[in-house]
Design a protein around this ligand. Structure first.
Ligand code: WTA
Length: 666
């Protein structure tokens, strides 16, 4: 079931005919103002990539200019060779030096205080320069040196952003672990990265409750483990006043150390190719991989893409709702965003606490101009109803973005109408932890968008849909999504595992980076992501993208969310099973059967007979990773009745598998 899609014979009937050009008023003020301008720039960037990237690199800060733009020994790239720079200097110090020190860099909204008032902290660029200098000196005092791996396991508080940037300041390599992960995840990553320092907090607030973090660190570092022997210092931020037990000689309070640290610490002059950070992929498949990113290329690519995709201008109030534990938080809350002299919003807690309109309330109060979130969040908001959005003045919004999974057209249209009032270009950005930054995305002033498509390649990026030999497949046929040329923020490897790097990304199509996604390109040159290659299922000889079937299901008014998986079938090779969350209570008996029939009939009408699932189940919830990706691997096992004895460490709600098994048997 995990074979690459064969070319030809592909089922791609999801045909979208709605098109949304940017308004003349928006285009006029945008960095890139028309599709013709984009096309000319893109063509030149592919024909002369080194000249193009040199120009973009010149927009960033360098202590010493590079000698050579690119050294390419496939699959190993070195960018801006010989250049000296620093990610923190480019994000923070440079803004202060250029006179923007008093602009708010980070605006943090904590969980509301007991009296319901939102807790807000504002850090200007000057504040960030001072705090990151102190924190960098604190790390040095604990023995951290350039190249050392610092493990960060924190809630969404400003100290988290400060910790990242402080590592960057001195050339330490951060490895951020999402605060929802378990002790096992901490232990594995500490050991994989041979990390000696952990920065954490007593806990974080979520829906009025403390999510304890320090406990998990203690558990991960239980005496006897390799991790326990490695780690010499644990720095603990006090967020919730829970006073967790401190291990003498190992644990120290953040506040006490910061109070002692000097606020003078110039940014280290790092080689462009020095390792900036390691981030473990969210693991919807297999064991997590430590993705490595290098300083110079990551800096150039993230700063440029943040500017172009969101049309950032100095003074914008930009809000990315991701957690910093994901690549989206690294690139588009911190490193790519701050160089553009904007205010980046960060929030702690949950979208529905204190109330289900929290996001719209934050947008209204802070006059957010650019908003970036995930399709899974948008579908949730749809379920909660538009009244919650309509209550708020969202007239400050200018651009809306999505990331993380394909957005189904229904959700796209809702986002556009209900949140954007039809005024705000929507940028559906396709990229990965491995790519570091945006690869396929509309440019808001230039691209005519169409719901469900991430449209065109970013400038400098050579994306294509090919077969196993690397030849482009015909228009509208499914194939393997690749990048044919190196780009600055490409991953430099998988930490400690060269074979896995080559095998996963460089062995499927000769000489090209394979993303692991299936896609098609339509007659307008727009890309449509069909899902992970593993999620493309050959049913009776047709390649079916499960994501398209899911979109078909969700376009039925009764279905709020759907997941489709394949399972072995005697006649067809594979058949499809659908799991649907309804917008209403689950009907039983004849009424349930009738609704199932109606939904399948709807899919048949929308997508054709080959795409109709053989089985359909109603469920209250779906198994998801903490970053909101559906774990289809587990659903497959539920369908075939396989005992669930697997690695579910990244699963959000473990009890859900039992419920699903019951739904399938019932
Ligand atoms: C999926 C998140 C469709 C895709 C930045 C990719 C998307 C994986 C989109 C990477 C999108 C991300 N449309 N699919 N706009 N964005 N994906 O590493 O399957 O957490 O390979 O990076 O998410 O997930 P990751």
């Amino acid at each position: 079931m995990s074979q690459a899609p064969s070319s030809g014979n592909v089922q791609s009937n999801l045909h979208e005919t709605r098109f949304f050009p940017p308004s003349a008023e928006f285009s006029k003020q945008a960095h890139i103002k028309s599709i013709a301008e984009y096309e000319a720039l893109h063509a030149r960037s592919i024909a002369q990539p080194e000249a193009f990237w040199a120009e973009k690199a010149a927009d960033c800060f360098w202590f010493k200019k590079w000698d050579k733009v690119l050294e390419w020994n496939s699959p190993d790239a070195k960018w801006f060779v010989g250049g000296k720079t620093n990610l923190c200097h480019n994000a923070v110090d440079r803004q202060v030096e250029e006179g923007h020190g008093d602009l708010v860099a980070l605006l943090w909204e904590g969980e509301p205080m007991p009296d319901g008032r939102p807790e807000v902290r504002r850090l200007t660029y000057k504040d960030l320069q001072r705090e990151t200098s102190k924190c960098a000196n604190m790390l040095k005092s604990l023995g951290v040196k350039k190249g050392d791996v610092v493990t960060i396991y924190m809630p969404m508080v400003p100290e988290l952003a400060i910790a990242l940037l402080s590592c960057a300041r001195i050339g330490a390599v951060h490895s951020v672990i999402f605060g929802g992960f378990s002790a096992q995840a901490i232990k594995d990553r500490v050991e994989d990265g041979q990390s000696k320092i952990v920065i954490t907090a007593d806990g974080g607030w979520r829906r009025g409750k403390v999510v304890a973090l320090k406990d998990a660190v203690d558990e991960a570092l239980k005496a006897g483990s390799e991790a326990a022997n490695l780690v010499t210092s644990v720095v603990v931020v006090n967020r919730c006043n829970t006073n967790p037990p401190m291990v003498a000689g190992r644990d120290q309070a953040w506040d006490a150390l910061m109070a002692k640290a000097s606020d003078v610490c110039p940014c280290e002059q790092l080689d462009s190719e020095d390792l900036a950070f390691v981030l473990y992929t969210s693991g919807s498949t297999g064991k997590p991989k430590g993705i490595m990113h290098a300083v110079g290329g990551y800096m150039v690519h993230t700063a440029m893409t943040a500017k172009l995709s969101f049309d950032l201008k100095p003074g914008d109030v930009y809000w990315c709702t991701a957690d910093i534990g994901w690549i989206t938080g690294h690139s588009y809350m911190i490193y790519g965003v701050l160089p553009n002299k904007v205010t980046s919003i960060m929030y702690e807690g949950a979208p529905d606490a204190p109330a289900q309109d929290r996001f719209w309330d934050i947008i209204e109060r802070h006059r957010v101009t650019k908003f970036y979130t995930a399709p899974t969040a948008i579908r949730t908001f749809m379920k909660w109803g538009r009244e919650l959005v309509d209550k708020h003045d969202l007239s400050s919004l200018r651009v809306l973005g999505t990331v993380g999974e394909p957005i189904n057209p229904e959700a796209w249209i809702w986002y556009n109408e209900v949140v954007g009032h039809g005024r705000c270009p929507i940028v559906d950005t396709w990229w990965q932890t491995e790519t570091g930054g945006h690869m396929l995305t509309p440019l808001p002033g230039a691209t005519t968008t169409t719901p469900g498509s991430c449209t065109r390649p970013m400038l400098g990026i050579d994306m294509a849909v090919v077969d196993e030999t690397g030849r482009e497949v015909p228009v509208n046929e499914g194939g393997i999504l690749v990048c044919r040329k190196p780009w600055p923020s490409m991953l430099r490897g998988v930490f400690g595992n060269r074979e896995r790097f080559i095998e996963t990304y460089w062995s499927k199509v000769p000489g090209m980076y394979t993303a692991g996604d299936g896609a098609r390109k339509d007659e307008n040159g727009n890309f449509w992501i069909m899902g992970r290659i593993d999620d493309i299922i050959i049913v009776a000889g047709h390649n079916i993208g499960t994501m398209e079937v899911e979109s078909g299901l969700v376009s039925h008014p009764a279905v709020a969310e759907a997941a489709v998986v394949g399972y072995p079938h005697d006649v067809k090779g594979n058949a499809l099973a659908a799991f649907c969350i309804l917008r209403r209570a689950i009907p039983t008996g004849a009424e349930g059967e009738a609704l199932k029939k109606e939904i399948l009939g709807h899919v048949r009408k929308e997508l054709g007979p080959t795409s109709v699932p053989d089985k359909i189940f109603f469920t209250e919830a779906l198994p998801k990773t903490r970053s909101g990706k559906i774990m289809r691997r587990l659903l497959k096992d539920v369908v075939v009745g396989k005992a669930v004895g697997q690695d579910v460490s990244t699963l959000d709600d473990r009890g859900i598998l039992d419920k699903l098994a019951v739904a399938v048997q019932g």
